[in-house]
Design a protein around this ligand. Sequence first.
Ligand code: SF4
Length: 239
Amino acid sequence: MNTLRALVRARMPALYLMRETKAQRQTRTEQIVKLLKRAHPDAHCALNHSNAFELLVATILSAQCTDERVNIVTADLFRKYRQPGDYLKVPATELQQDIHTTGFFRNKTKSIQGACKMLTEEFGGQVPQTMEELLKLPGVARKTANVVLGVAFGIASGIVVDTHVSRLSQRLHLTRQRDPGKIEQELMELVPRKDWIIFSHLLIFHGRRVCKARRPLCEECVVEKLCPSSMLKTGKIPN
Ligand code: SF4
């Protein structure tokens, strides 16, 4: 009996999601964005930087690391290395030492020095402003490119999907996908383009403050009435 009940509970969000039309989901998404903007007017990129190049380096360092830790490391790093060429003047072991507390420091060193080499040789030392060009840089995938384009240049070329965006999009039943690339594609169909950049910041702030990974604070959540996960918890699934 318990197994049956668990099965029914597990299937209900899927049934709810199947009944919701795409237009309804788009409307629900717009309402969610509106409420989250009100709840988190301070939502912004938490990685400290003063230009696009620093943001690129900080975003590479942020893989599998907290923004707080990256900010501690970059406070010294950005004083020592100001231009792409500066990262190429030191041996890899020195840069590894400078960034080792962010984890995966060998791979990150390879990515940063590889990106700096390409920036110097192919882009005149400047960070390019298109997705296509950014994806050519070693260690840069869509997430990093979206962060740089959106935050540094205000260009909405996609939606940043990190662990918070991924978790909240699933809890809010905006997607059933697990792969970040597929999640991004589905979100781009739901979120108005003018909100692509702020959307990630909103979900990241909401994820840190309210919809926490282990224990979401649904009772304090401004989008509770629009969230199928909460409806499921309270038994209030709409007809
Ligand atoms: S209602 Fe709960 S599960 Fe849904 S977004 Fe809010 S905190 Fe997360």
